[in-house]
Design a protein around this ligand. Structure first.
Ligand code: URA
Length: 237
């Protein structure tokens, strides 16, 4: 038996706070009866509805996908482009944990565990993301260092935790940079480089928290182990 608001939040329907509001407002029923008591408990076998809609309590599934370029990080696309969920064989409704751009490749988690998704995407939990950036220019290392103190893009300060030039080829005009961030703002890496005058040629996320792409090639995925899921929960607390 678990608190009703916890069951609703864990189903991914909404946050626990929102579930409490819905319970107080009398919008939640357990086995056909309205429950307004925030201390009320229910079990997974009870029929729970919110505004008449049944709360689906699915077994949790956690996927680590090596997202290829040219795939959208949503469950469906109005332009008919290929989606990340179409790459995964499952009978569950999985959602990406954050997003990677259409032309970005790399590590993307997908799950139906709304609670873990919220924990991993909330900026206060400072979950690190590591990217490899390719630029078709020989960059100026002094400018790259600026990313550590922070740059301003569209009125927003963007800052890297770590940045390292892995390869700088002046003859071929190419640079490979490793960058670590913990925020996850919209187009964050591309905007950071644009702010110092560089266009990102290609972008790949190679790490999220302690998870890597080891053993996978583009388009492949694997399930997280229970140990990995627990470790993610502990990191986010
Ligand atoms: N930053 C970006 O600019 N794009 C991504 O896909 C991820 C981080």
């Amino acid at each position: 038996m678990e608190r009703l608001q916890k069951i609703i939040a864990n189903s991914g329907y909404c946050s626990r706070r929102k579930a409490e509001d819905l319970i107080i407002k009398g919008e939640v029923k357990v086995n056909g009866k309205i429950v307004t008591d925030l201390g009320a408990k229910a079990s997974l076998s009870d029929a729970i509805t919110v505004n008449g809609k049944k709360i689906e309590i699915e077994e949790k599934e956690y996927i680590l996908l090596y997202k290829p370029r040219g795939v959208v990080s949503t469950t469906n696309d109005d332009k008919g482009r290929k989606t990340v969920t179409s790459l995964i064989e499952t009978n569950k409704r999985l959602y990406p944990v954050g997003r990677l751009d259409y032309d970005t490749s790399g590590l993307l988690l997908l799950t139906n565990d709304g609670k873990l998704t919220n924990l991993l995407t909330h900026p206060k939990n400072e979950i690190i993301k590591q990217y490899v950036v390719k630029i078709n220019e020989a960059v100026n290392p002094v400018l790259i260092k600026k990313l550590l103190s922070g740059v301003v893009s569209e009125g927003e300060k963007l800052r890297a935790d770590r940045v390292k030039i892995k390869k700088l080829d002046k003859r071929k005009n190419k640079t490979i940079i490793e960058i670590v961030l913990h925020e996850g703002k919209y187009h964050e890496v591309k905007r950071m480089f644009a702010a110092i005058g560089y266009q990102v040629e290609s972008l790949k996320r190679e790490k999220l928290a302690f998870l890597t792409l080891d053993g996978l090639t583009s388009g492949m995925y694997r399930h997280l182990t229970i140990k990995e899921v627990k470790k993610l929960y502990n990191l986010a607390k």
